[in-house]
Design a protein around this ligand. Structure first.
Ligand SMILES: [Cu+2]
Length: 181
């Protein structure tokens, strides 16, 4: 039942992404949109998708469903040399990350409710990944990060496992539905 729900959620995300990709089409840079949602398909106060894996140079847009959300980098969860990013409350933020690694982010208002996510660019350096993993969080965010990192491990293995969070896997420009076993 839960597995079916997850599969449905993942399929919905894949379709949404496919729609976005088709709309922009052609040789433009790939774009992925991360929604900040009060009532998300995966729960309340969620980033959807919460785990985004892209190639360097992909455009990543964060959009909020209301003025109560704003995205912000989590200190200690960025590749070396990357400036911390922060969007205003209710405002979209567009990133075009080129430095490979793991980027942890949160909603400025709802970090304590577990409103967090992970952006992965290219092939992360294992040492930076380990440092990002070691960052401490409030309890609800800790739970979500555990799901995020487990799902990341799963995608890295390409093991066809069931993601625990909504995923946008745009490595090599492909749209992979890892919900299918
Ligand atoms: Cu929020």
């Amino acid at each position: 039942m839960i597995r079916r729900l997850r599969r449905t959620l993942l399929t919905a995300w894949t379709l949404l992404l496919a729609a976005v990709t088709t709309a922009t089409s052609a040789p433009v840079t790939p774009t992925v949109t991360v929604e900040m949602r009060t009532e998300g398909a995966s729960g309340r106060f969620r980033f959807e998708p919460a785990l985004v894996w892209v190639t360097p140079g992909t455009t990543v847009r964060f959009v909020a469903d209301s003025h109560i959300h704003g995205v912000r980098a989590i200190p200690g969860m960025l590749p070396e040399g990357v400036e911390p990013f922060a969007g205003g409350m209710g405002r979209p933020l567009v990133l075009r990350p080129t430095v490979p690694g793991v980027y942890g982010f949160k909603c400025s208002a709802h970090y304590g409710l577990g409103m967090v996510g992970l952006l992965v660019v290219g092939e992360p350096d294992p040492a930076q990944l380990a440092r990002a993993r070691a960052i401490r969080h409030p309890p609800a965010a800790r739970v979500v990060f555990a799901r995020l990192f487990r799902t990341l491990d799963c995608l890295a293995r390409d093991g066809g496992c069931v993601p625990e969070v909504p995923v946008a896997d745009l490595r090599s420009g492909r749209l992979a539905d890892h919900a299918e076993r």
